[in-house]
Design a protein around this ligand. Structure first.
Ligand SMILES: [Zn+2]
Length: 415
């Protein structure tokens, strides 16, 4: 972690500033702290492999004792949950390799980690809506500077959408150490990862951010009232007002897979005491994105529209320039590697590549089949065009396939 990040961190329990305890073990390199112990007036927390672990759940306290004993190597194993020696050795060898891919490290963490479909995340329907909404809202409120935080952001797939928008670089917070560690290395390089508990107060200072978001996780938070109060506190700073975004939270009125403990649209509205929320049905936003924009955040969905949508998006802000129409097709600089979407089977045919949409399982198709609205069943790419992708260019004849997400800008060394 960067030493300057201490300015925005606060103890989740006493609210006090956290300082590096210099009398205890630490490993630093200039302004970066790799391993060490942070202290406030009530607690001590470990920094493990550059990630502050700001909760007191079981792995954190064990890892803290290990860092304090000068064994950051053991603390890493503890936080990654690597109890089996041979698995730990395998993971550490993979992690030490510069050329290791996200997929290889996920595999090395074992079959219970990540659970499957991460490979297809960058073109799934939930992601493409959230990405468009994040770019529109964060792009507006951070236009003149300010920082973003992605709460319960997992492996940072949407934190990636904040790179280049958030200045300083975005903060990613999640309970799962391995996920935020992977995010910093692959999915959102340069983000500042924090390991913390979404059911506890957020470990940040008031007004540390101008944009706070949480995607596809809020339905699993038990302390929803506290969580929204915390999001409002985090953006309560001087200068221009910010925005809170809850994207893809489930709806108590409509069943959905992995339901969680969702609220009704009104139940969600009631959580906001200081900001005015607007609730959107995800289906309408999805249709906007598939159409190629604009993303219409000026819409007011009727109650029956909201009631029957399994997923809701909530935006709370006092700014009028957020709740309007936003262009979605804005060209953006390339961040990673241009690749053919891994949902396509590729067959060589002379000077051409034949692509065929192929789902990894029936379950995938069941849950994410709406991607057929933008992913064509088949496509043909000239070899010369495919070579241009390898050189980091999208030739004009592939622009439409890029817009339809057949061509993706994926994190470097993703798979
Ligand atoms: Zn404290």
């Amino acid at each position: 972690m960067h030493i300057a990040t201490l300015d925005v961190l606060r103890c989740p329990y006493c609210g006090g500033r956290l300082e590096l305890v210099t009398s205890l073990f630490s490993r630093r390199d200039g302004d970066e702290i790799h391993d060490g112990i942070l202290g406030c007036q009530c607690c001590v927390f470990p920094i493990v492999w550059g990630v502050p672990v700001l909760h007191l759940l079981e792995p954190s306290t064990a890892a803290r004792d290990q860092v304090q004993a000068g064994r950051p190597d053991l603390a890493r194993r503890t936080m990654f949950g690597l109890e089996d020696e041979s698995q730990a050795v395998r993971f550490e060898a993979a992690a030490a390799s510069e050329s290791a891919t996200y997929r290889e490290l996920v595999d090395a963490l074992g079959p219970t980690f990540e659970g499957g479909y991460f490979l297809y995340r960058f073109s799934d329907p939930t992601y493409i809506v959230a990405d468009a909404v994040v770019r529109a809202v964060a792009g507006t409120v951070l236009r003149n500077g300010g920082r973003a935080v992605d709460l319960c952001g997992g492996s940072g797939h949407l934190t990636r959408s904040l790179l280049g928008i958030s200045n300083p670089s975005p903060v990613l917070a999640d309970l799962y150490f391995a996920k935020v560690w992977l995010a910093r290395r692959f999915t959102a390089p340069g983000c500042e990862p924090i390991c913390c508990d979404g059911n506890a107060p957020a470990p940040f200072a008031r007004g540390a951010f101008r944009f706070a978001m949480c995607s596809d996780a809020f339905q699993y938070i038990w302390t929803k009232r506290q969580f929204i109060g915390e999001m409002a506190r985090l953006i309560d700073g001087p200068g221009e007002p910010g925005a809170v975004l809850i994207s893809h939270t489930h709806n108590e009125r409509t069943w959905s897979p992995s339901h969680g403990q969702p609220l009704s649209p009104d139940g969600y509205r009631n959580l906001f005491e200081t900001l005015e929320p607007r609730v959107f049905g995800e289906a309408g936003l999805f249709a906007d994105v598939v159409r190629g924009g604009p993303l219409d955040l000026s819409r007011r969905d009727a109650d029956d529209v909201l009631d029957r949508d399994p997923a809701l998006t909530i935006i709370a802000t006092s700014r009028a320039d957020v709740l309007r129409r936003h262009a979605t097709a804005a060209p953006r600089e390339r961040r990673g590697e241009l690749r053919i979407n891994p949902l396509y089977a590729v067959a060589e045919d002379g000077d051409r590549l034949q692509l065929r949409l192929t789902f990894p399982s029936d379950d995938y198709e069941q849950e994410y089949g709406a991607c057929r609205q933008y992913l064509p069943d088949s496509a043909i790419i000239e070899r010369t065009a495919a070579r241009a992708l390898g050189e980091g260019r999208i030739p004009p004849d592939l622009a439409e396939l890029a817009r339809r997400r057949v061509i993706l800008d994926l994190p470097a060394r993703y798979y």
